[in-house]
Design a protein. Structure first.
Length: 456
């Protein structure tokens, strides 16, 4: 229980930090750049702003694309034909030219999304007293109908004086000195997720939107029998990425569902566990696809059955845009608000050996050394970052594993979660449903939960 309390303390601390740095009328919006980065002679330099948006989004393909021509730095935001798509791509999507076009379109979509976020913040900032940025009248008027027209008008003319954004020189509000966990060189490497499998994804990547959040749910009934319950699950890791195209993430994960009733023994779920391990992730790009592999040795202790399991999980996930955006986000312009979505797909294998099979005959009979392999499929749909709509993230996955050895000849697990993002994508309210056998413990469960969640 000590480890569980430590993990919950860290999660709550991150929630408090995120809350402390949410924007209020008296605080600078962290999505707005400092004046010294974009302001020239009292106006926002459109070229400096464009470069900053792409770099902050880690949209390196877009940075490379705009370097190929003198006007491309601003037309990437406005020109629907910025990426040349050969007419035969519907028939030959695997040709080099078609793959390059798809990669370009993804980079352009990320660039436009970054511009959306910037103008959404500027629209709010302009209306505040002592604003640090002020839009021209035309830009401000266009912003009443959304930011799409603002982006088009602003970047269509590269002249900074055309539909300008002014940098105020008097009473400029500055960020209060303090701790920003997203920029701190140490804490920014800390990762909090719902599942340890998601720890390999950096929060600066668009795929971060599709990671599962850690969650905490507490209920108490003090009317008659005085019953209280605590459900908590999550993983906390620290990323080391000093080796190119490689990450090493040691982590601690937990799942606890405990119920206490006055006058009765405490009730602990058989799926309760604490675990620790190291995740090794490596990727390489070939033929327009990022091939991502990760390898995860883990030690798990079931806090209810006392079983101890040493296991290894190996996963392969292709990140690609053609013909489907597998494990990469794409904006769905045919849906209202143009939300973002991705197809989830990976191949996986689990191998485990029990150092202790448990404390009851039934548990001992099923806890046998095992080798399993299969796949996970699903999808993610999110409106995070989409203006004028609630920020929601839906994640649905189905995992199926065939048992080559061990007690179970097959295992499947269905999981679905819907999160209302309260503070960016870091803190939210999550409704979660899980049915099937847990991949770590092989114990069957059918659980609904609703509670506070966090990912970082």
């Amino acid at each position: 229980m000590y480890y569980l309390k430590a993990a919950l303390t860290l999660i709550v601390g991150l929630m408090m930090v995120s809350s402390a740095y949410s924007t209020t009328p008296d605080d600078i919006d962290p999505n707005l750049p400092q004046h010294e980065l974009v302001c020239v002679n009292g106006l926002v330099s459109k070229r400096q702003l464009a470069t900053l948006l792409l770099v902050n989004a880690k949209d390196y393909d877009a940075v490379l694309a705009i370097s190929r021509g003198p006007e491309l730095w601003h037309t990437i935001f406005t020109d629907d034909n910025f990426c040349h798509v050969p007419p035969n791509c519907s028939k030959e999507p695997q040709s080099d030219a078609c793959k390059a076009a798809a990669k370009c379109n993804t980079a352009k979509a990320i660039a436009v999304h970054a511009a959306f976020s910037f103008f959404t913040s500027v629209n709010t900032e302009t209306k505040r007293p002592n604003a640090s940025y002020v839009e021209s009248g035309r830009l401000l008027s266009l912003g009443q109908n959304g930011v799409a027209e603002q982006i088009t008008i602003y970047f269509s003319n590269p002249n900074d004086k055309a539909d300008p954004i002014g940098c105020t020189t008097e009473k400029v509000r500055t960020a209060q000195p303090g701790f920003d966990p997203t920029k701190d060189p140490v804490i920014s490497k800390v990762r909090v997720r719902g599942l340890s499998d998601d720890l390999y994804i950096d929060r600066n990547l668009p795929q971060f939107k599709g990671t599962t959040p850690a969650s905490v749910n507490y209920t108490a009934d003090t009317v008659a029998v005085h019953t209280s319950s605590l459900k908590a699950s999550g993983s906390v890791g620290y990323a080391f990425d000093s080796i190119p195209q490689t990450q090493i993430v040691p982590y601690f994960s937990f799942n606890q569902s405990n119920t206490w009733t006055t006058g009765k023994p405490a009730n602990f779920d058989t799926n309760d566990y604490v675990a620790s391990g190291i995740q090794f992730e490596r990727y390489f790009d070939y033929d327009g696809i990022s091939h991502v592999f990760w390898f995860k040795p883990q030690y798990l202790f079931n806090t209810t059955t006392q079983a101890r399991l040493e296991s290894v999980r190996a996963i392969y996930a292709p990140w690609m845009d053609i013909p489907f955006n597998i494990n990469t986000f794409r904006q769905l312009d045919f849906l209202p608000g143009s939300p973002w979505a991705q197809v989830v797909f990976n191949l996986r294998g689990d191998f485990g050996s029990y150092a202790n099979r448990g404390n009851t005959p039934a548990i001992i009979a099923t806890n046998q050394d095992f080798a399993r392999a299969g796949a996970q499929v699903g999808f993610t749909l999110t409106t995070d970052g989409v203006p004028n709509v609630p920020s929601l993230t839906l994640i649905v996955t189905e995992t199926y594993l065939h048992g080559f050895s061990g007690y179970y000849k097959s295992m499947d697990l269905f999981q679905a979660s819907l999160t209302y993002n309260i503070i960016n994508t870091y803190v939210g309210l999550t409704a979660n449903y899980k049915k099937g056998r847990d991949e770590d413990t092989a114990i069957a469960a059918q659980v609904w939960t609703l509670g506070l969640s966090a990912r970082f």
